[in-house]
Design a binder for this molecule. Structure first.
Ligand code: NIG
Length: 386
């Protein structure tokens, strides 16, 4: 694999505490050697490489780390979305529509969707992607969802506990998830997740699912506090989950719990809150209390059909009250923390060579020019992908 010297970077966000943000009239350079970053520093001192790329005075940053998506699905729910925009509420039960379409789709069709959306995300600067099962909800359909995802994305999460399938008994279904379904998928996934919410799984059922996953060596993630105040955040913190995602309804005790630990990241999904017309999370309270915050797209056909991390960053700045730096950090380093990865979301020697050059002189443009495509070039693991 060859090396690439990227010169002419007017502003480099590294997320490395020692390197910080490198800017000023003397441009910065980065050397990508094979799949890893080899060197970061002043352009005038840069070592040579096989290939040169002139960023032309643009800003660069680590590729987005999108730590929450649901890409293994079939069909769309545009009609449900339109009804919502006409006043219907969002409810967990809409998931069943996608479950029916997913069960009817072939493996090749499911893989094509993951590939299409993964490529769409990468063209916009996403270089590390998590995705979940959860639209199969039978042993066979969860297994093939996990296998399709494992072949195509960085991180895979088992979400058999997404919804009790229509007609099934909740406790029997939890036993299936914790037993035969978990046995079938465990070799293909790193994480287990549960939708701990009214209309999905209660605290006891969620605890049973997470505990079973932990016993199989899986890391824990929780969907919590999306549709109302609930036990999701407290359970995630108590069990040491890597992330609790949504957090739209937080009591002061939930904020305190998230601030009390460095284990559990609060992953905010503002595109979902807008698409469901739900309340926006109190991101400022989380940051003020000292919680670690991530931003993710939650790309799925029901509640958030976007792959655009730039949209999430712009929304976090313009509507959640994050500063530009806070939002960019949350969408890169925050996502990496939510996935417990030290190799992505950061640019320093040894990190994965995931570099995103913006068609802008500073990252401020991500919110200053919202909705405008600003990706100029992208490398993932040292390979130029856009
Ligand atoms: O994260 N909250 C649960 N799961 C998805 C929604 C999936 C759907 O509506 O199809 C979410 O928003």
């Amino acid at each position: 694999m060859s090396s690439t010297l990227v010169t002419g970077i007017a502003e480099l966000t590294t997320n490395d505490p020692e390197l910080g943000v490198l800017s000023g009239p003397t441009h910065t350079a980065v050397v990508l050697d094979g799949p890893a970053v080899a060197w970061v520093g002043p352009a005038a001192e840069a070592p040579e490489a096989d290939v040169r790329f002139d960023a032309g005075g643009r800003a660069a940053l680590p590729g987005w780390v999108d730590s929450h998506t649901h890409l293994v699905f079939a069909g769309d729910r545009a009609a449900e979305f339109a009804a919502r925009m006409a006043g219907e509420p969002y409810a967990a039960g809409g998931i069943a529509t996608t479950v029916a379409a997913t069960r009817a789709a072939s493996d090749a069709e499911l893989a094509a969707t993951v590939r299409r959306l993964g490529a769409e995300a990468m063209a916009q600067g996403t270089t590390c992607l998590e995705t979940k099962t959860g639209y199969g909800l039978t042993v066979a359909d969860e297994l093939r969802s996990a296998q399709v995802a494992a072949a195509l994305v960085d991180e895979v999460t088992f979400l058999g506990a997404h919804l009790v399938p229509p007609g099934a008994d909740a406790d029997s279904y939890v036993e299936l998830v914790c037993g035969p379904m978990l046995d079938a998928v465990a070799g293909h996934v790193r994480w287990i997740d549960v939708f701990c919410e009214r209309g999905a799984f209660d605290a006891d059922q969620s605890r049973a699912v997470l505990t079973a996953g932990r016993e199989r060596g899986l890391g824990l993630r929780v969907h919590g506090n999306q549709l109302g105040h609930g036990p999701g955040v407290q359970l995630a913190v108590e069990l040491g989950a890597a992330s609790v995602d949504h957090c739209s309804y937080l009591r002061p005790s939930d904020v305190e719990a998230l601030a009390s630990t460095s284990d559990t990241v609060a992953t905010l999904l503002p595109a979902c809150d807008l698409s469901t017309r739900g309340p926006l999370p109190d991101a400022r309270a989380l940051l003020a209390a000292g919680a670690t915050v991530a931003l993710a797209s939650n790309c799925n056909p029901g509640s958030s059909y976007t792959t655009s991390m730039a949209f999430c960053v712009a929304t976090a700045v313009l509507q959640l009250g994050l500063s530009i730096g806070e939002a960019v950090t949350a969408a890169t380093l925050g996502g990496a923390r939510a996935l417990r990865r030290a190799d992505v979301g950061v640019l320093r020697p040894g990190a994965r060579a995931d570099l995103h050059v913006l068609d802008a002189p500073t990252v401020a443009y991500l919110a200053y020019r919202p909705g405008v495509p600003l990706t100029h070039a992208v490398w993932r693991a040292g390979v130029k992908v856009a």
